[in-house]
Design a protein around this ligand. Sequence first.
Ligand SMILES: Cc1cc2nc3c(=O)[nH]c(=O)nc-3n(C[C@H](O)[C@H](O)[C@H](O)COP(=O)(O)OP(=O)(O)OC[C@H]3O[C@@H](n4cnc5c(N)ncnc54)[C@H](O)[C@@H]3O)c2cc1C
Length: 473
Amino acid sequence: MENYDLIVIGSGPAGRRAAIQAAKIGRSVLVVENRLRVGGVSVHTGTIPSKTLRETVLNLSGWRERGFYGLAYRVKKDIEGKDLGARLRMTLDHEIDVLEHQFARNGVRTVAGKARFVDPHTIAVKNGGDSEYSFGFANAVIAVGTAPYRPRHIPFNETSVFDSDNVASDPRVPKSLTVVGAGVIGLEYATIFSAMDVPVTLVEPREQFLEFIDREIIEEFVHELRKRGMQLRLGVKVETVEIDNQGWTVSTLSDGRKIRTEMLLYAAGRVGATAGLGLETCGLEADDRGRLKVDAKTFQTTVPHIYAAGDVIGFPSLASTSMEQGRIAACHAFGAPMPPAPEYFPYGIYAVPEISTVGLTEAEVKAKNIPYECGIARFRETSRGHIMGLQGGMMKLIFSLKTRRLLGAHIIGEGATELVHIGQAVLNLKGTVDYFVENAFNYPTLAEAYKIAALDAFNRMPGRDVGGASAIN
Ligand SMILES: Cc1cc2nc3c(=O)[nH]c(=O)nc-3n(C[C@H](O)[C@H](O)[C@H](O)COP(=O)(O)OP(=O)(O)OC[C@H]3O[C@@H](n4cnc5c(N)ncnc54)[C@H](O)[C@@H]3O)c2cc1C
């Protein structure tokens, strides 16, 4: 039996980072991956496919130019499935090549197959046939990610009813679409299809969605969706889904209404991929959603030499945070220096329009009884926004009245997921409103919105006066 310092189960962002980190500090590492090629949900069915689809749709639909040329403007008149698929395959091939090279360069061994624990220091790997191979380990990282939740009453068939893992694999442009679940994934796909003028109905059992995002940003987002004619059915459940004789989906809602669309995407949750992992042989147990509990700082499970990282441990379930968790787990396992994780990480939602946020929301600031002031900037107030023909998009900054520190940056609109990193840096470096007021920003840029929003707050804040600052606004 081969023995390794570290065995990683799963080659998504968490597994890959854990493996590379351990290899970089000179440890022997084996990665076991169930799929034919490495990359995880992130590369094969989740992050990269959905973002590639989004980029293709925004380009072909001429979405970014419609502010100037009107709603009827198109780069390609009829967008078809094959237009969407071509770019996807090229992007994925490139991503996988880069990953395989990264593993090879760092001397990380990979093996294809489904892993399960047989005791606290051994896994068995099955690849296709009946034979199983055993590998021993000193430490392990469980980075198996999640799979879509597929309730029995939904007739998934991959021709008209899809889940969040297969909707982008061979993309089609349906005549109409129902999206069940207004979580991040549901909203991303709903708005991407709607940007191609596909009529979309979004069904969500809760009255509100994206509750961790600042409410003012969500109000703006909902306004955008309604302006585009998206039907929002909030506070109702999908009771049944049937396929009619034309192959269209007919959903019956808990309020008795019916929705008939050519395609349905069920995106109401994902479950940890821990079934069949043999957790019990190591004294581990997953919760009812297949998730594992870990120490928030070290990512150790209740069995100290077995770590878990990525989506299998739950929120925030992002590729970006999964990578960091994997890295920290490997550092901890081998006693490598591990500076504490920064206080705030950004959250990006690649809907159309995109949303990105870092730090506290206004509701959180209120709940903590912190005296605060907000500043708002609209992208249409910036010269760059004029040049780009932007009509929507806003930034909201929240500052402490006591310390003047930035507490939160919340952005909706073009470039939000890039712009947020300025706010992230100022926040984690404990910067104040004065940073934005005193520093020059490239002109014309959307980043200028930081200055405008900061000045908006600054003008209502007592205390430090910076000569001329008020006059600029
Ligand atoms: C549609 C969609 C869009 C998303 N968009 C974004 C985004 O824009 N930005 C962002 O940051 N995040 C996004 N995410 C989330 C992101 O994809 C996940 O946070 C990330 O993939 C989690 O990484 P992971 O390493 O935990 O696991 P995964 O990427 O899920 O990989 C786990 C791997 O483990 C393998 N595995 C499972 N069980 C076994 C086993 N027993 N043996 C061997 N291998 C096994 C699986 O086959 C899989 O390849 C998106 C997710 C989805 C579904």
